[in-house]
Every structure is written in structure tokens, then in C-alpha cells.
Ligand binder design. Structure first.
Ligand code: SF4
Ligand code: SF4
Ligand code: SF4
Length: 277
């Protein structure tokens, strides 16, 4: 993670420079330049806004590019856009193939910390409150040792919608009836995540993990949301056991990061018009 730490410092320096230069104005200017006169860079589909992002148009004008969401994320998933990334300069994004949001902050810290609410915490707070109310109907929520947040965070994560995963049938190993053995990415891959089978509960490097699967199902077993988001299911047409994405997918991108095919066989389709709650 040494290079990731350097990246983090670079992101911080970038956000500080942006702030010092009065960047709300400059950001607006750059947006205008990109839209009207400058080079048109294409946004990579795998670049997503962080959880809780409001609609894109308001987001790019109201985000003050302070970089606080970048600083708080424990897996350093969030970066600030450079000029050539097809996003408005200095705005935060997640490149899920390189480093997905694995929810290991356990409290949507990037959303909570956003000072302008372009990452909007309100819907999460409401969902968490409702979940606790429901829980209290059948459990004693005042019992010593009970942590209300353990109930709230499940509900909060479940309404994140950064996008929705989509499997490429042409290249997905499971769709060809193939398994996978080994480490899914290059030996020097720096991405980290909290695997669902981790004993420590902490994120660790994907490069430290090896898998041995008769039929590839890494996108399913490593998903931090679980069976409401993605399952292995029988394909009625071919009889193959294949990954099937369900409505509970949050678009976090862990499946994209762990997919072992050279070019990822699962992508996240961003949510375009609505907020990314
Ligand atoms: S919700 Fe995801 S992107 Fe945001 S701080 Fe937590 S791990 Fe990072
Ligand atoms: S990890 Fe990739 S190759 Fe494996 S089943 Fe999922 S999409 Fe297919
Ligand atoms: S399928 Fe799971 S890992 Fe993939 S984006 Fe959806 S919630 Fe995240």
C-alpha cells in the first residue's frame, strides 16, 4: 500500500491546491471549458461517484473539491479527477477496477463527512432509523452490549446505488463453464478489500489471496452485500451455473475488482439521472 499512501498524499495535495486557488470558481471554469471549448474526454464507465452522490449536474457545481471524502476512506477508493478523466476536474470518483468501495468503513464515512451534502447522508440516516425502529419491535434494543449501529448499517448499505453490476456473457468464465485457480489479478495489484471470509474483519490485499473454484464465482463469494445482490443461479437456456445480479446490488464494484479475466467480465453501469443513493 506504499504507493497507495503516496496516491493519498497526492490526492490531498491536489485537493489543498484546489482549495487554495479558490477552486469553486476554477472548477466551474474548467467545467465550462470542457463543455464548450476544450477536449472532450470520455468518462470511463467504471468511474463512479461515491455513495450518496446527488444528481450529476448539481454534484459537479456544488462539490467544493475539498477532498475530505478522499481522506476518510479506509481503502482509499476515492480519487479526485484529473483533467483527462472525462469528469469535472477535482471532483471525487471511484475507479472500481483499481480500488472498489468495500464498505469496510462500516458507516459510509465518506457520506457522513461531506460538508456540502453533495454526498447526501439524509436517506441513510432515515433508513438506519427505520431499521432500528423495526428491530425494536421484536428485540430489546436497550439490552446492555447491543450496538444499534449493527442494525442501522445493514439498512444504510442496502440503499446505496452507485450503479448496478452487469455480467459480460462473452468473457465470463462461468458462462463458458470454466473455473478459476490462483490469484485473480497481477502480482503487483494494489487493491485491498475486506473479504466476507476474513477473520480479522479488516481489509487486506487481494494479491495475498488465492482461489480454487471449479466454476468461477469470485464476483459472488466476494460481494460485501451477499445474496440480495448477486447469486450463482442456473441459466434456463444453457443449464450453466452463472452469476445473476439482483436488485440489492449497490454498485460497489468489489466484483469488478476481483474478476480474474484480463478485461473485467463484470462492469458497473452507473446510475445516470437519479442520485447515487
Ligand atoms: S462507503 Fe466506501 S467509499 Fe465511502 S468511505 Fe466507506 S469504503 Fe470508502
Ligand atoms: S468473477 Fe468474472 S469470470 Fe468469474 S463468474 Fe464473475 S464475472 Fe464471471
Ligand atoms: S454484485 Fe455485489 S460486489 Fe458487485 S457491485 Fe453489486 S453489491 Fe457490489
Amino acid at each position: 500500500m506504499a504507493q497507495n499512501k503516496d496516491n493519498s498524499r497526492r490526492e490531498f495535495i491536489k485537493s489543498a491546491s484546489i482549495a487554495i486557488a479558490g477552486l469553486t470558481l476554477l472548477g466551474g471554469g474548467v467545467s465550462y471549458y470542457n463543455k464548450v471549448a476544450g477536449p472532450q474526454f470520455t468518462r470511463q464507465p467504471r468511474f463512479l461517484r461515491p455513495p450518496g452522490a446527488i444528481d450529476e449536474e448539481t454534484f459537479v457545481y456544488a462539490c467544493i473539491k475539498c477532498g475530505l471524502c478522499v481522506q476518510i476512506c479506509p481503502v482509499e477508493a476515492i480519487k479526485l479527477a484529473d483533467l483527462d478523466e472525462g469528469l469535472d476536474y477535482g471532483t471525487p470518483y471511484i475507479d472500481v477496477r483499481e480500488q472498489a468501495c468495500d464498505f469496510s468503513c462500516d458507516s459510509l464515512q465518506c457520506v457522513e463527512t461531506c460538508p456540502t451534502a453533495v454526498l447526501d447522508f439524509n436517506p441513510f440516516e432515515l433508513a438506519g432509523g427505520e431499521a432500528l425502529k423495526e428491530y425494536s419491535k421484536t428485540h430489546d434494543a436497550t439490552k446492555p452490549g447491543f450496538n444499534p449501529f449493527s442494525v442501522q448499517i445493514v439498512a444504510m448499505k442496502s440503499i446505496v446505488k452507485m450503479g448496478i453490476a452487469k455480467v459480460n456473457e462473452e468473457s465470463c468464465l462461468a458462462h463458458q463453464g470454466k473455473g478459476f485457480k490462483g490469484n485473480p489479478r497481477a502480482a503487483n495489484f494494489e487493491g485491498i478489500y475486506r473479504s466476507p471470509d476474513s477473520n480479522s474483519g479488516k481489509p487486506s490485499p487481494l494479491s495475498d489471496k488465492t482461489f480454487d473454484r471449479e466454476i468461477c464465482d469470485l464476483c459472488v463469494t466476494e460481494c460485501p452485500i451477499g445474496e440480495t445482490a448477486i447469486i450463482m443461479a442456473n441459466d434456463n437456456k444453457t443449464g450453466m451455473i452463472i452469476p445473476q445480479v439482483l436488485d440489492g446490488c449497490t454498485g460497489c464494484g468489489v466484483c469488478v475488482m476481483v474478476c480474474p479475466t484480463k478485461k473485467e467480465s463484470i462492469i458497473i453501469e452507473p446510475i445516470k439521472e437519479e442520485s447515487h443513493v
